[in-house]
Design a protein around this ligand. Structure first.
Ligand code: FES
Length: 76
């Protein structure tokens, strides 16, 4: 799913964090969950709508959630 978005795609609007930064946090910094992503990139630390579909209380829904990116890139 995350593959369909360019690395410059802004996943977290509040903190202006791009998909590329989140992938970097997972692959290079070892982020494994939403909390790690928040600590490393600041994404998800404001309104929280970008974290997952269930956290998205915004009127206009996000196209891509941090949770989806974690599911795709984090390997056990
Ligand atoms: S869009 Fe990421 S915290 Fe608001």
């Amino acid at each position: 799913m995350a593959r369909n978005f360019p690395h410059s795609f802004i996943v977290c609007e509040c903190k202006q964090v791009s998909l590329g930064e989140i992938i970097y946090a997972i692959k290079e910094k070892g982020a494994k969950n939403l909390e790690d992503i928040e600590n490393i990139t600041d994404a998800g630390s404001s309104c929280g709508c970008c974290r997952s579909a269930k956290d998205d209380i915004g009127e206009q829904k996000m196209q891509l959630y941090i949770e989806d990116i974690l599911n795709k890139f984090v390997k056990e």
